[in-house]
Design a protein around this ligand. Sequence first.
Ligand code: FAD
Length: 363
Amino acid sequence: MTNNIVVLGAGVSGLTTAYLLSQDPSNKITVLAKHMPGDYDIEYASPWAGANYMPVGKEGSAHHKWELNTWPALKEIAEKYPEAGIHFRGTLIYNRKKDQETDTGKWFSELTQPNPWYKDVVPDFKSIPSDQLAPGVDNGQEFTSVCINTAVYLPWLVGQCLKNGAVFKRAVLKHIADAANAHHTGERADVVINCTGLSSKTLGGVVDDKMYPARGQIVVVRNDPGPMMSTSGTDDGEDEALYIMTRAAGGGTILGGSYQKHNWSGIPDMNLANRIMKRCIDICPSLVKEGQGIEGLDIIRHGVGLRPLREGGTRIEKDKVDGVAIVHNYGHGGFGYQASFGCAYSAVSLVKEILQNKSRAKL
Ligand code: FAD
């Protein structure tokens, strides 16, 4: 028996879900999306991400489980498939207790605590001795993580899906139920997977009021400082962030950032860009030549993306809209890559439940 499946959305959530589903030859998959890898748009979060694996899910939560379950997959891809654009990278994390109550501090509270659950997941985890910490830093840790070149990785995922027979089509849908009529075979889809990120706020049949953006601004440069690093906050503003990561395969270095909730602006703010560059050099002088300031940065581009946050957390659940079976997989905030496989495994098991009920009904 074949299963007709439509995945709506071609960001990291849609592509990872489609990739897993396409490994079963009985699934005939259509990926429908307004934006595809190669596009840069404020409605499309995935290309803007760093992206790296810096866990933020609270211990014992579903979010924790998704991040835990994602590490083995990213590790395996980094080890076996250099063409996917993921590499291992040393990582330094610095925590200041004074950031605890800020938006950025809360976002990173699990990442920056001295004894996090992920210490047993990522390789080489160790605390940085306090005499090696800069003044004002309360604790620090180092470990090995991955950095993903999204401009290589997203097309790699598309390639894996194509190899497994999935069909990609551009479409802009007004209503989630319309996706069921857009399967490439012309037949009706048995199940639609909603991976539309922030657009789930306005998509007909979903209209999720709990969705809101956390605006992230970045500067991409050619300079290569070595390890990745991140802090719990900055002195420049409660919703500003500091992180540095060099992407695999010549993807440049991402300097970040910000975590501006409910801010929808897609235009880079040059004052913020200057603050980002300045504080990255302050914490990591090796970004530029000795004695240089921001004039020593070789800028590729400025960028802005909107992290698709959801009050109450990511939505992975079954639904039925106008008679169409739906599985939602959206609302991944600032962790869409580092939770991508974990979330997709959960979504796929819900798809299987729907398909099993379909086969039972046909018996
Ligand atoms: P999106 O990438 O937004 O994709 C949505 C898809 O749905 C698109 O294809 C879109 O065209 C399609 N779509 C929407 N509505 C419709 C419609 N009506 N009809 C047809 N198609 C539609 N995460 C990490 O794990 N690690 C990081 O280091 C990291 N860094 C980040 C840095 C920045 C600056 C930003 C902005 C984000 C970062 N993230 C990071 C978060 C991550 O980028 C997001 O969680 C993730 O990209 C969300 O992916 P998605 O597939 O759910 O949504």
